[in-house]
Design a protein around this ligand. Sequence first.
Ligand SMILES: C[S@@+](CC[C@H](N)C(=O)[O-])C[C@H]1O[C@@H](n2cnc3c(N)ncnc32)[C@H](O)[C@@H]1O
Length: 356
Amino acid sequence: MLSSQDTDSSIRQTDTDAALARFSAVQKGYLQDPYIKPFVPRSHLQPPRPPLINIGTFVRATAIDDLVFQWLQNSTNQGTRCQIVSLGAGSDTRFWRIATGAHKDALAAYVELDFPEITTKKAMAIRKSKELSAVLGSPADVAVAHGGTGLTSPTYHLIAADLRLPPADTLARLLAAEGSPILSPTLPTLLLFECVLVYMSPAASSAVLQWFRDYFAPARSAVLGSIVYEMFRLQDSFGRVMVENLKARQVSLPGAAPYPDAASLPGRFLNLGFTAAHALTLKEIRKSYIPPAELERISHLELVDELEELDLVLEHYAITWGLFVPPSVAGSAAADGWSQWGLSAKKVSEPVDEDE
Ligand SMILES: C[S@@+](CC[C@H](N)C(=O)[O-])C[C@H]1O[C@@H](n2cnc3c(N)ncnc32)[C@H](O)[C@@H]1O
């Protein structure tokens, strides 16, 4: 019988996999990310990932970047700044890419949450790297927080938390403490869950989403958006193999149980009273939601002859996004602007076979 310590350490290990996958996609030319290297220990020794993994990483990153940049752009269009909270952020570099990019002025706060073991390691990597720490502000503005498990700076906050604990004991205390809240309930706020909720029970995930929805609810004046990326459809034969492979590494995926097919995915948000929700599989996104010029560019990077297998992998991963517009905002011009938020097709889909 495995202790919860063992299984938690296997879950934390998935961050190394995610960072290595991103590093590989960058090395092979799929993505650009000048900030990933300090987060990949002994990066020169890391072998590249197979082409299928690189393409999956590219599709996922391109689509999530699209949604995040639309959020930043929309906030700017509405004359406001916004907040982003990345839950289970691991070694993600998105904050640095935004803070040094065209939309840097749109960001009022960027918060990252993860287990203390991960945030401690990340805080050390940031402090060790001149490139990473310079983006946070002048040294006087950056402070180590919570006994070395976190960092605070004018915009960026790295915070240790176990997302399975009741949000009243964690999120409320860490993000919304009276007198010094990190998050303002009056700014458009985007939640990112990249491959994290799948490791938690559906009840614990709902509690996290509900806490955020309530923080931005009726009396408040800001919209809440959320993006979830993870595996689903694990009941079919390919899905069962994925589950078995992860089980062998002591990782289980309780969060995937309510999502046997693509139609079930938006329910994650709609069942909690979100105003709108949509989901697309990575297979659909690759076919129709990536700029054709980008698809053409990456087609020259590596030889891929297992296209059927690629589709099979990609149809077991999805991006779901949900929007909560509080009643006080509904019906306004701002609400109209936010209702456009989402991925849109970049080209006409090729006909999909009936049996796909
Ligand atoms: C697959 S990694 C993804 C990292 C990052 N979001 C990305 O996409 O590159 C999953 C992350 O979620 C974190 N995580 C999983 N369960 C968590 C929990 N209950 N509380 C806090 N973090 C958790 C893990 O520690 C790990 O860093």
